[in-house]
Design a protein around this ligand. Structure first.
Ligand code: BGC
Length: 268
């Protein structure tokens, strides 16, 4: 028996048209590139952000000028009441939630020997607890409205690949790896699919210190089989595909866009 994918001939613009998509941390780095890409493809986008409302406002204007639809919500993913308000505001405005993109994330680089409880809590709160409850709240909304939905967690190669001197970050991303697998299995029966996108090194503010240190940057580039960092748009295009029904059979797993860094080997 052969089955045909009903979406095989559709363009992403057809598939994303009018989909209601929330992007956390949507006014900088990878999140900003995701917002810009999916808004251009016709999605209705909610830009979650914590600071720099002027950047969000400029994005809204620019998206509007291009014929797109977006609006910003100031909400801190580290606070559960903010997360619930983000989803409620989305539903008040657009009537539903089709795709939740949990992108917001932070890191504090330090050896495990020097990591303070405060830094540990800060990283785990945003990068794991926030993603956990955003997934729970989004899934509840999707189940209540009917018709399923999709949750996309922007994880990292470090959900599976150690990064010395960044242990809390790796612990959180490893948690998101199992969150996606476990919740993905649980929620499949409700038509809610969950997938992680694991970028490698991307030219965004989180990597500013590396990008401004030529020696460090050269070492990083040498470790990447493709020889360079990604541009945020190269992650955004993966997310646009995953947000569409063309990715309807993907759940409880991770897709890496890392220039091959996880497989890198000096051939020794
Ligand atoms: C981290 C970066 C790191 C990159 C590749 C990302 O998840 O945020 O600091 O350079 O992974 O190792």
């Amino acid at each position: 028996m052969t089955t045909t994918n009903p979406y095989a001939n559709a363009t992403l613009a057809t598939l994303l048209k009018d989909k209601v998509i929330v992007v956390t941390g949507g006014n900088s780095g990878i999140g900003k590139a995701i917002v810009e890409r999916i808004a251009r493809l016709g999605a209705k986008v909610v830009i979650d952000y914590r600071s720099h409302s002027e950047v969000t406002e400029a994005m809204e204007v620019e998206i509007g000028e291009l014929g797109g639809c977006s609006f910003g919500v100031q909400a801190d993913v580290g606070k559960l009441e903010d997360l619930q308000r983000l989803i409620d505001t989305t539903v008040d405005r657009f009537g539903r939630l089709d795709v939740m993109v949990n992108n917001a994330g932070i890191e504090t680089r330090a050896s495990i020997l020097d990591t303070t409880p405060e830094d540990y809590d800060k990283v785990l709160n945003i990068n794991l607890r926030g993603v956990f409850f955003a997934t729970q709240y989004a899934a509840k909304q999707m189940i209540a409205q009917g018709g399923g939905g999709r949750i996309i967690n922007i994880s990292s190669v470090h959900e599976d690949w150690p990064m010395p001197n960044n242990t809390p970050y790796c612990v959180a991303k490893g948690g998101v790896r199992m969150l996606t697998r476990t919740a993905g299995v649980e929620l499949a029966a409700h038509g809610v699919t969950i997938v992680n996108v694991g970028p490698g090194a991307v030219a965004t503010p989180i990597n500013d210190s590396t990008m401004h240190n030529p020696e460090l940057l050269a070492r990083l580039n040498a470790a990447i089989p493709m020889g360079r960092m990604a541009q945020p748009e190269e992650v955004a295009s993966v997310v646009a595909f995953l947000a569409s029904d063309a990715a309807s059979y993907i759940t409880a797993t991770s897709i890496f866009a890392d220039g091959g860094i996880m497989q890198s080997s000096p051939g020794l």
